[in-house]
Design a binder for this molecule. Structure first.
Ligand code: CP3
Length: 350
């Protein structure tokens, strides 16, 4: 695998960026900040670009990917860009019949529930997603000294969409396979891990300076089950990826934070339910933390946002490195002006 170049072609030393330094637990001039789902439906300029264009078309059109990835960097001055795509893009690219339905999320036509379904999941080849490489190469030029975060969905979260056929509250069919057919489950997780690794390595080779693994729905799993059914796979992914900081995020993972620490990422993302000082104790030493303002706080008056953000910054000081973020993605009804003010506040106060 190609390690990310510390020197950007235009002479900016990316390794000196506050974001990459915080991920590596090095001293920073200010607390770096970016937002999960910073590119997207709360931005009027995003809505204009996306008008009449289906989500998966946007995700496979390099010009659109570059423009949408740049929008929040221009507007907010965040310390990192996140590649505009979706966790299901590599699955679509290997032939899974799926779509992203507005207001719903990914929907899979033929859910995978048996060995025959599993065989339809072939390995991902770089040629399947040429638009990802092309867009990342263009972005590293546009971004200058701002690092680009590549990402993938984790095997559990991708597996849940494939098994359930769409978004799920209880992940019941997913758990039924996990408990009832453990061999099939592990075979599915292994196949998905291969796809994820290829996808992340390709993004790093093209110029991504860090990667985030989104295991958004893994909070549905109890710690003992996480250890048996999920941890071996996420650990293999992080072991297979070196050279750039690796961030590991899930929602509702309060009881799993110690195990996320064991999975091997450099940075553990924390949702809003556990204060960062307590999260640090649970994750253990040798990891930076990312998070964790409740995204709903941004819908309250600015005075509330400021008070709560300062609290997150204060609790984050206990961590060996802190990347300010929300506890989950930006909500569509968020006023972009609040995010701009929050970004400035973190830079000044942190
Ligand atoms: O963070 C960013 O700004 C980068 C872009 C990004 C998207 N999806 C764009 C998107 C990222 C990092 C994702 C990851 C993703 N996708 C996750 C993990 C992060 C998380 O929120 O937990 C998950 C679980 C998905 C699956 C998915 N795709 C969902 C749940 C949805 C939302 C459905 C809805 O409309 O409420 C999508 C669609 C999606 N992905 C949109 C965007 C901008 C909305 C599409 C639209 O505009 O119609």
């Amino acid at each position: 695998m190609t390690a990310a170049l510390p020197w950007h072609p235009c002479g900016v030393n990316l390794a000196d960026s506050a974001f990459l330094r915080a991920c590596r637990r090095q001293p920073v001039p200010h607390t770096p900040v970016w937002y999960m789902r910073q590119a997207g439906r709360s931005l009027p300029e995003y809505l204009r670009v996306r008008e009449g264009v289906p989500m998966l078309t946007a995700c496979s059109t390099p010009d659109m990917i570059v423009e949408i990835t740049m929008q929040p960097v221009r507007r907010y001055g965040v310390d990192a860009a996140i590649f505009f795509s979706d966790i299901v893009v590599p699955l679509k690219a290997i032939g899974v019949d799926l779509d992203i339905k507005p207001g719903v999320g990914p929907v899979v036509a033929d859910p995978i529930r048996d060995a025959k379904g599993l065989r339809t999941l072939r390995p991902l080849e770089p040629d399947d997603i040429p638009y990802v490489t092309e867009a990342i190469q263009a972005l590293t030029g546009e971004l200058g000294g701002t690092p680009l975060i590549g990402f993938a969905g984790a095997p559990f979260t991708l597996g849940s969409y494939l098994i359930e056929g769409g978004p799920s509250k209880n992940h019941d069919k997913t758990k039924a396979m996990m408990y009832g057919e453990p061999e099939l489950w592990h075979a599915l997780m292994e196949r998905l891990s291969e796809i994820v690794l290829t996808h992340l390595r390709l993004q790093v080779a093209a110029g991504a300076s860090a990667v985030q693994l989104f295991d958004s729905w893994v909070g549905a799993v109890a710690p003992a089950d996480y250890r048996e059914f999920v941890l071996p796979h996420t650990r293999r992914i992080f072991e297979g990826l070196t050279g750039v900081p690796r961030i590991h995020f899930g929602v509702g993972t309060g009881e799993l934070l110690g195990l996320l620490g064991e999975a091997g990422a450099d940075v553990v993302g924390v949702d809003w339910r556990v204060p960062l000082d307590e999260a640090g104790r649970r994750v253990g030493p040798g990891r930076a933390l990312q998070g964790n303002l409740d995204p709903a706080v941004l819908l309250a008056p600015w005075e509330v946002v400021e008070r709560k953000a300062r609290e997150v910054l204060r609790q984050g000081r206990a961590a060996e490195g802190h990347v300010f973020n929300l506890g989950h993605g930006v909500l569509p009804s968020t006023d972009p002006d609040q995010l701009k003010r929050l970004t400035d506040l973190v830079h000044e106060a942190g």
